[in-house]
Ligand binder design. Structure first.
Ligand code: SAM
Length: 219
């Protein structure tokens, strides 16, 4: 019998295959697969959900929020196309699972969470796991992290009505943003937005997804 981590990897590989026509990605990259294998998802899942920790599903983490489905985490990470020297901004830390995956692949991760209790829990967890390249902040991620901009990549892990202009401004030319943008009241299009040399965003819709809403607003 396969161990739970190997079983999860197999399921995520199958999801990559099943969605290849729309995502344009034929398979999970070895780098993303290694990160998914290394990060202990059970450490990010609440006590009552431990028996589901290695399933390829989103799970509740309290405060009406979720830990994302591993396939979606892997897909969004791969779409960012991170070089090892990348500095990444994440909006929506949640429990910190996606943050840890990013920290495995990038030089530095700056992550913002609007719910203080979740931000605190994530900070503790990520510290206990020994990540030294993650910076956490409590607040509305619409503002981004101007003092540390520009970023090589930006990931938003909550559904937004549109791409926030302040985040667009904090993406370096050539950089990529991956963000779920509302297509109707209950689902979003996962969008990859690349900032071209003229400073404009080239947007590509990748897949229909379901995320909790991005709260707050642009100032
Ligand atoms: N990244 C997480 C993971 O690893 O599974 C999943 C994040 S959860 C789907 C979305 C998170 O975005 C929630 O924790 C929510 O509180 C947060 N959020 C929503 N609106 C936000 C905002 N304006 N700024 C920062 N965080 C926000």
């Amino acid at each position: 019998m396969k161990d739970p981590v190997a079983r999860l990897i197999e399921q995520v590989r199958l999801d990559f295959k099943a969605t290849a026509d729309t995502t344009g990605l034929q398979s999970m990259s070895p780098e993303v697969e290694a990160a998914l294998t290394r990060v202990p998802r059970n450490r990010f899942v609440p006590a009552g959900q431990q028996s589901h920790a290695w399933e390829n599903t989103a799970l509740p983490i309290g405060h009406q929020q979720t830990i994302s489905q591993p396939f979606v985490v892997a897909l969004m990470t791969q779409l960012l196309d991170l070089p090892p020297e990348a500095r990444v901004l994440e909006v929506g830390t949640g429990c910190g699972y996606q943050t840890a995956i990013l920290a495995e692949l990038a030089r530095e991760v700056f992550t913002i969470e609007v719910i203080p209790e979740l931000a605190e829990g994530a900070q503790e967890r990520l510290g206990a796991l020994g990540y030294g390249n993650i910076h956490t902040r409590v607040g509305d991620g619409h503002a981004g992290w101007p003092e540390e901009a520009p970023f090589d990549a930006i990931i938003v892990t909550a559904g937004a009505p549109r791409i926030p202009a302040s985040l667009e401004d904090q993406l370096r030319p050539g950089g990529r943003m991956v963000i779920p943008v509302n297509s109707n009241w209950q689902s979003q299009d996962l969008v990859v937005a690349t900032r071209n040399e003229e400073g404009e965003l080239d947007c590509q819709r990748v897949l229909a997804v379901r995320f909790v809403p991005l709260v707050g607003r642009e100032s």
